[in-house]
Design a binder for this molecule. Structure first.
Ligand code: NHF
Length: 420
């Protein structure tokens, strides 16, 4: 039997490039799909960002072609590599190399980059004469691929190709991409149930064009159909509820394993949790926090964003003066929130460490030593940190929203917040 071909299109994927949870998912879901059986042929395609890590990999220049933008040719180069049996394509070209960040502070540059990339990913499949059965795109960055497949249904190569659009975060829709979309031949859609502005943006277009919409948790699939979380698209999503499914993300337990994690001073498993005390003492010493074994070490490992409720945690902790606690905060993002974190540290020295940087190794040490992981998210489509925390013996304290509802269980009863 001919294997089912899935083209997995994403803006980032671990270990090549990882900014957030999407990178974790795109770096492991294709393998999990592949493992379902030999009758699946899954291939990953990502942009060849300036920050892509390719050490130790052999890259082969696979093909070159041009895309038309307002009648002008924009060259694209495709590189191929194989990582643990997964075929991976990296697409380069001026709109990608011209932008230093994976998510550019200039939204127009991101509009150009991701429209070019999404269309180049499809053109690549045609050049390689590898016709996917399913194109699986993720978030607004790769949404144009979904819309384009729908527009190309008259083309024998694309006719009958199905699309899956995963929504990792509905809050980001690509509002400045319209110019690029139109220039590459993707006009606004006409859909009375969508607000007019959404008809001109990649997120709205992909929700309209996709055969299936997957939200990254069952609760989030429900939430995006409500005014509180739907960002104005809730009416459309309600009308389309038959094609909206919630599938919760997972983490790769072989990559997140406290019994083997080389970043930890003391490794441990569920039978040797006492070992964690060494990690806690080590972290306290590293960040000049007073060693107080009896005080809970709280942690936040997050993008500094209002979505994540960083401000809620910082403001609330200021009020908790009658209990002993310590906090270690790791992440980067919004400058005002970074400043607020630094200020809290200055006001509570020896109690708070604010580490304003991206540090994968330190994050593992924090998971393996903290007592409580705070996730006061205003909304959380899925969330991975709570799953890692549970794997590493840190108890998540979270707001009951999205994937946090679907994944955090009471360890005494096994009951999920969703079921309670
Ligand atoms: O886990 C990966 C991640 C989610 O809740 C997270 C988010 C972005 O906000 O699906 O995407």
């Amino acid at each position: 039997m001919k294997p089912l071909r899935i083209l997995f299109v994403a803006s980032e994927a671990d270990p090549f490039v990882k900014v957030g949870g999407l990178g974790d998912v795109a770096g492991s879901l294709p393998y999990a799909l592949q493992a379902l059986g030999a009758d699946l042929d899954v291939r990953l395609v990502i942009p060849f960002h300036a920050s892509t890590r390719t050490e130790g990999l052999t890259l082969v220049r696979e093909t070159v072609f041009t895309l038309l933008r307002d009648g002008r040719e924009v060259p694209a180069q495709v590189f191929y590599t194989d990582v643990k049996g997964l075929p991976v394509y990296l697409i380069s070209g001026a709109p990608v190399t011209g932008s230093l960040k994976v998510y550019d502070p200039n939204p127009l540059a991101d509009g150009e980059k991701y429209t070019f990339f999404s269309l180049a990913a499809l053109e690549m499949a045609r050049r390689l004469d590898w016709r996917p059965d399913i194109v699986h795109a993720n978030d607004w960055h790769t949404a144009a691929a979904i819309y384009q497949v729908r527009r190309m249904q008259h083309d024998p190569f694309w006719k009958g190709v199905k699309t899956v659009f995963s929504v990792h975060n509905l809050g980001y829709m690509g509002p400045e991409a319209e110019n690029a979309l139109v220039s590459y031949g993707l006009p606004p859609i006409h859909e009375p149930l969508l607000p007019e502005w959404a008809c001109r943006q990649p997120m709205g277009q992909a929700l309209w064009a996709a055969d299936e919409i997957v939200a990254v948790s069952p609760s989030y699939a429900e939430e995006i159909q409500t005014p509180e979380y739907g960002y104005g698209l809730e009416k459309y999503l309600q009308a389309q509820r038959a094609k909206v499914t919630g599938i919760v993300n997972g983490i790769d337990y072989s990559l997140w394993d406290p019994a083997r994690d080389k970043a930890l001073e003391a490794t441990f498993d569920s039978t040797s949790l006492a070992e964690r005390a060494k990690n806690k003492a080590n972290l306290q010493a590293q960040f000049a926090l007073t060693e107080m074994p009896e005080a809970p070490l709280l942690a936040m490992i997050t993008r500094f964003d209002f979505q994540k409720g960083v401000d809620i945690a910082l403001n609330s902790l200021r009020m908790v003066t009658d209990l002993s606690w310590q906090l270690i905060l790791l992440g980067t993002g919004n400058a005002a929130l970074e400043d607020a974190a630094r200020k809290l540290e200055a006001d509570f020295p020896h109690r708070i460490a604010s580490v304003i940087r991206f540090d994968a190794r330190l994050s593992r040490q924090i998971y393996g030593s903290s007592d409580i992981l705070l996730m006061p998210s205003r909304y959380e489509p899925c969330g991975l940190a709570q799953m890692i925390a549970m794997r590493y013996g840190s108890v998540p304290l979270a707001r009951a929203t999205g994937g946090l509802r679907d994944t955090i269980a009471d360890s005494r009863t096994g009951v999920l917040v969703t079921d309670a």
